[in-house]
Write a protein that binds this ligand. Structure first.
Ligand code: NAD
Length: 438
């Protein structure tokens, strides 16, 4: 099957590479010439483990190519995927569909058909019908179908998630589109990964409902963690005890500094907006958004307390700025709330992140980037662990504590504990939902 993938970001590039690995002939297109130059040179412009090797393997096999020319990419394809960004629209929380609609119109102008136009981007309910209308208006003679195929991969584990999904969701309104979609995903179907075929609206809704539910689970445990701190309970034990109940499940029950990233913040905002527009307020989701903002603010208060009530003149070392490990993605990361509060309060902030510097430099002005966690911690008054990269899970805490002016640790991912910190020589230790030094 010949496939075109519009957008070579975290979703489009992974999907394009994996489809080519299934054996399809894939052309990936992006309107950012710098990205296409990198890809044509065999380099992946983002950090995603395993992606570059798999990409180059499929390029060498002649199944995968890159172009900036949409007309060339769409030529002769049976399926065109739209995997462009749908960020929050400025001002009202709605998903910004400008890029999706522009891509749909561009496809309409150059496609000869018959083909299926598949929206992989996360889009509000009703968008696929809008895509259909836009394409039909731009090219009334085009023989085409639309399909909704929301993506559930996680950055940092994207290839594994794409190749071994819990399920593939496909929304269609014609047997022809269902047939083409099942042909595309046949390699997964043969390996027993379920494909659920729905109408367009249900597929669009599944994606928002799933993300809002996961954001709710994280926020719920963060709220329980705050109460644990007041009452002397230990959130790690509480999460474990809750998660062993199969009706609840152990995933997404780790307390932390609030959810961030390229999906949960924008998708919860968009769902809340969709509810408001349809006179059906999403009250739980609205509460989750508000509480998550409070969680991030509470983190700043924790750090403030550890700095004796003032950031002014303090040296603060921060380990990790990306919204989670194994990605360089900084979109809506908690670091973007916490670090500016430190800098704004007069702290000298020293940062180390295994992959975050390239993105982070522009987003976090006024911080000093160091190439190791140990160098970042030297002479610091406070060490903050903000992202649980593997590199930060087995630090030589003794070495770090002895190099700091005031050995104090804010472990916002609960990697260590009070006993370990105290034995290493830290005079103060704060984590989430647990007692401090013991
Ligand atoms: P991204 O911003 O990383 O990538 C989008 C790419 O599309 C960019 O490279 C941009 O240059 C390109 N683009 C935009 N308009 C174009 C056009 N007209 N022609 C060609 N290229 C164009 O975005 P992303 O993180 O990959 O997300 C894409 C979509 O997938 C979003 O709707 C997102 O919500 C959804 N999603 C993302 C993830 C994730 O983990 N990032 C997971 C599931 C779903």
């Amino acid at each position: 099957m010949k496939i075109a993938m519009i957008g070579t970001g975290y979703v489009g590039l992974v999907s394009g590479v994996c489809f080519s690995d299934f054996g399809h002939e894939v052309v990936c297109v992006d309107n950012n010439p710098a990205k296409i130059d990198e890809l044509q040179a065999g380099r992946v412009p983002i950090y995603e483990p395993g992606l570059e090797a798999l990409m180059n393997q499929n390029v060498a096999a002649g199944r995968l190519s890159f172009t900036g020319d949409l007309a060339e990419a769409v030529q002769g394809t049976e399926a065109v995927f739209i995997a462009v960004g749908t960020p929050t629209r400025r001002g009202d929380g709605h998903a910004d569909l400008t890029y999706v609609m522009a891509a749909a119109e561009q496809v309409a102008q150059v496609a000869t058909g018959p083909l299926v136009i598949v929206t992989k981007s996360t889009v509000p309910i009703g968008t696929n019908r809008q895509v259909q209308a836009v394409v039909a208006a731009a090219n009334p003679d085009l023989d085409f179908d639309v399909a909704s195929n929301p993506e559930f991969l996680r950055e940092g584990a994207a290839i594994e998630d794409f190749m071994k999904p819990d399920r593939v969701v496909v929304g269609v309104q014609s047997p022809r589109a269902a047939e083409i979609m099942s042909e595309i995903y046949r390699p997964l179907y043969l390996r027993d990964f379920p494909i659920i075929v729905t109408d367009l609206e249900s597929a669009e809704m599944i994606k928002y409902a799933a993300n809002a539910f996961l954001a709710t689970k994280i926020t719920f445990i963060n709220e329980i963690a705050a109460l644990c701190e007041k009452l002397g309970a230990d959130i790690k034990q509480v999460s474990k005890g809750m998660g062993m109940d199969q009706r609840i499940g152990k995933h997404f029950l780790h307390a932390g500094p609030g959810y961030g990233g390229s999906c949960f913040p924008k998708d919860t905002r968009a769902l809340a907006r969709i509810g408001q527009e349809n006179a059906c307020p999403m009250q739980i989701t609205e509460a989750v958004i508000k509480i998550n903002d409070e969680v991030k603010r509470r983190m700043v208060e924790k750090l403030h307390m550890l700095c004796d009530g003032s950031f002014n003149g303090k040296k603060v070392a921060v380990l990790g700025v990306t919204f989670k490990p194994n990605t360089d993605d900084m979109r809506d990361a908690p670091a973007l709330t916490i670090i500016p509060a430190l800098v704004g309060g007069g702290a000298q902030v020293r940062v180390n992140d295994p992959q975050g510097q390239r993105e982070g430099e522009a987003l976090l002005p006024g911080v000093l980037w160091l190439d190791s966690p140990y160098r970042a911690a030297e002479d610091a008054d406070l060490l903050v662990i903000l992202t649980e990269w593997n590199e930060f899970r087995a630090l030589d805490l003794k070495r770090i504590a002895s190099s700091m002016t005031h050995p104090r640790l804010a472990d916002l991912r609960n990697i260590y504990n009070g006993t370990v910190a105290s034995e290493a020589g830290f005079e103060a230790y704060e984590s989430i939902g647990r007692a401090g030094l013991s």
